[in-house]
Design a protein around this ligand. Structure first.
Ligand SMILES: *[C@@H]1O[C@H](CO)[C@@H](O)[C@H](O)[C@H]1NC(C)=O
Length: 198
């Protein structure tokens, strides 16, 4: 138990440092910040959207392409650290067979999600460099692959919800996977908007 507590505390503090650092960073000029805020007002988790993207306002400027790319990069970074967390959780001693199986399944989903996000990032760049039908083709691939990530995260959440995991470990994995799901849902909304550009 002590090892589990230590594991959770150390992971949690790395995670909250990440959030605090993001919240404390300068947000760029107000025009750019307002662009992020107004774009975020149309997504499913607007507060999280602003919280995770406003720090990049000066890079995003007023570009729907930069906004979509940045949102996807945030999703990739969070999926990566969550995948890492879940991988470390499978190595935790004292897991019951059922718990181990549920976490292992979740790890497979997160691995798949990470692949989808990595190839989506490349595809989004290809889209940005193309026009007309090519643009729409690349964007539809991105939309398909990013949607698949949402299936991965919800499969993970459903799978271990029923597996009677240790309470704290369960909460801890759940909150991270949910965060990935929410930033990814936001990224998809911003990608959809960029895809429908005139
Ligand atoms: C995930 O993060 C590690 C560093 O922790 C990095 O080496 C790796 O390239 C990242 N993977 C992706 C797909 O971004």
């Amino acid at each position: 138990m002590a090892r589990l507590a230590l594991f959770l505390i150390s992971s949690l503090s790395v995670y909250s440092h990440f959030i605090l650092a993001a919240a404390a960073a300068p947000a760029g000029t107000s025009t750019y910040t307002n662009f992020v805020k107004s774009s975020c007002s149309a997504v499913q988790y607007p507060a999280l959207c602003v919280q995770s993207l406003a720090v990049y306002a000066s890079t995003i400027k007023q570009s729907p392409r930069q906004l979509a790319q940045t949102a996807l990069a945030v999703s990739l970074a969070r999926a990566n650290s969550t995948r890492d967390f879940v991988a470390r959780a499978t190595k935790f001693r004292g897991l019951k067979a059922r718990e181990y199986a549920a976490i292992k399944d979740c790890l497979e989903e997160m691995d798949d999600g990470l692949d989808q996000l990595a190839k989506s990032g490349k595809e989004l760049k290809r889209a940005a460099a193309s026009k007309g039908q090519d643009f729409r083709w690349h964007m539809s691939n991105v939309q398909t692959w990013v949607s698949a990530v949402l299936t991965d995260t919800s499969t993970c959440l459903d799978g271990y919800a029923s597996a009677a995991l240790d309470g704290r470990l369960k909460t801890s994995i759940r909150s991270r996977v949910l965060n990935v799901e929410q930033v990814t849902s936001n990224a998809l909304a911003l990608i959809n908007r960029y895809a429908s550009k005139p």
